[in-house]
Write a protein that binds this ligand. Structure first.
Ligand SMILES: Cc1cc2nc3c(=O)[nH]c(=O)nc-3n(C[C@H](O)[C@H](O)[C@H](O)COP(=O)(O)OP(=O)(O)OC[C@H]3O[C@@H](n4cnc5c(N)ncnc54)[C@H](O)[C@@H]3O)c2cc1C
Length: 437
């Protein structure tokens, strides 16, 4: 087995792993970033289907915040195009643009209790939040029973967190909308989301790091309670990488399997089994020669079975599709989203919604892919409100990604934030034997 040495190995080139590698490289640590796939980005990568650039997971990348800051640290460009308006609602076929009137406009037309709900948002902004046990649905029931309002909240929970309103704590929902980015500004990447990770990876290489694709970590070696080496299978060739820091982007469950359960505190292992609740969604990628949606951004639905939102990708990024095609992606969230469900039945429910909600879908849509994201390859490795800490309790071993998000955050921005927290903790010389994982 060949032996080499780096300051840090990042296991997994998903959103969190790419951001962690970029930050470590920017801090002048020698970094090796590896991924077992032959593409970057993991669940936020891009594949080519029939000449279309199809995103596996994330499509909307948030402008600003820790996410964009990470790109600037390695001199990489975040090449996204912001649709205007970015977000609209489709309420029984009527398009409501909330970019100007916000929640007031949306809710005011639906329920006379709108002010009560809006007052709760104002209170949440001031830090007065419900405790973490009440679901968003129960919280909303305290102010209105209006079916359309409940449907909108369900589909917001589904669109952003891949959870149903009776699954996500109201505290996490309100935290997101009152103190996180909440996708106020976002864009689509004209070469697919995967190209964003390529820009970061190029930045890592420019700073002296290495990026290996089709390379799996097969074991993490622990010596005297700290990380000693990562064993990598690189296209059939074994490499032992001596290292002091490992940042794992594979999620805490896979990390425990890679390292050996015996090295972790019993409570850490218990949390990987009992606390983490992977949240699922279903992705319908389709194209049409006829336009099927006119707003250029993301449209959230009201009363549906499972369908929650749909994006008009080629309105801003025609490069994603061969000439003459419009390209869309729609998402459905199963019931339950953080429990077991019948994949085939749930896919069907979403398709029924698409036929009902999108005039022309049945006649004109050419399906590119339908993918159920669940279990070990989910929409979120754990639903909002059920995260673990980035620290593992083992010296030099850290986790990034959407299983270790900050409370109430979600998506690639949350992964980038987890990477910033970890790299800041590493650079501050924090020792894990002194922290509670
Ligand atoms: C359908 C869908 C739509 C979404 N839409 C959005 C959106 O619009 N905007 C947004 O911000 N977010 C969105 N998200 C969420 C976002 O995509 C995820 O939160 C994010 O991509 C998760 O990144 P991660 O850092 O946890 O890493 P992951 O994507 O889980 O990547 C980890 C990588 O590590 C690799 N790996 C695992 N084990 C090993 C090993 N032993 N050796 C080497 N490599 C290994 C994996 O194969 C993988 O490539 C969406 C998700 C889905 C599924």
């Amino acid at each position: 087995m060949r032996e080499i040495q780096f300051d840090a190995v990042v296991v997994g080139a998903g959103a969190g792993g790419c951001c962690a590698a970029a930050r470590l490289a920017a801090a002048n640590r020698s970094v090796l970033l590896i991924d077992d796939h032959d593409y970057l980005g993991g669940r936020a990568g891009t594949e080519v289907i029939d000449g279309h650039l199809v995103n596996i997971g994330a499509i909307a990348l948030e402008a600003g915040g820790v996410f964009e800051e990470t790109f600037s640290l390695v001199g990489a460009e975040l090449d996204i195009r912001e649709p205007k308006p970015g977000a609209v609602f489709n309420i029984d076929g009527k398009i409501v643009d909330v970019s100007k009137g916000g929640w007031g406009l949306l809710l005011g037309g639906l329920t006379r209790h709108a002010t009560k709900v809006l007052d709760q948002f104002a209170q949440a902004k001031g830090g007065n939040l419900p405790d973490g046990r009440q679901s968003t649905q129960d919280w909303l029931n305290g102010f209105t029973g209006n079916a359309t309002v409940h449907a909108i909240f369900r589909n917001l929970c589904a669109s952003i967190f891949a959870m149903n309103a009776d699954e996500i704590p109201a505290r996490a929902f309100l935290t997101y909308f009152t103190s996180k980015g909440a996708f106020k500004r976002f864009g689509f990447h004209p070469r697919g989301t995967g190209a964003a990770w390529q820009a970061l990876a190029d930045g890592v290489v420019r700073k002296g790091g290495e990026v290996w694709l089709s390379a799996s970590a097969t074991r993490i070696e622990i010596e005297n309670g700290g990380v000693a080496a990562v064993h990598v299978d690189r296209a059939g060739q074994g490499v032992r990488v001596k290292v002091e820091t490992v940042v794992a982007n594979c999620g805490p469950r896979a990390l425990v399997a890679l390292t050996g359960e015996e090295h972790f505190a019993a409570d850490y292992v218990r949390q990987t089994r009992e606390r983490l609740k992977p949240a699922a969604n279903i992705v319908y990628n389709f194209a049409s020669r006829e336009p099927l949606m006119s707003p250029p951004g993301i449209m959230t639905f009201a009363k549906t079975r499972r369908l929650c939102n749909m994006a008009n990708l080629t309105a801003t990024c025609p490069e994603l599709a061969p000439e003459g095609w419009h390209q869309y992606v729609a998402y459905a969230v199963p019931k339950p989203a953080i429990g077991d469900f019948d994949s085939e039945g749930e896919v069907e429910e979403g398709l029924k919604d698409l036929r009902e909600q999108i005039p022309g879908f049945a006649e004109h849509a050419k399906m590119l892919s339908i993918r159920v994201m669940r279990d070990a390859w989910p929409a979120q490795r754990t639903g909002a409100g059920y995260d673990m800490d980035q620290a593992t309790g083992i010296e030099g071993l850290w986790c990034v990604g959407d299983a270790v998000k900050v409370y109430g955050n979600g998506g690639t921005q949350a992964c980038a934030e987890s990477a910033k927290i970890v790299v800041d903790r590493i650079m501050a010389g924090e020792r894990q034997d002194t922290v509670t994982a």
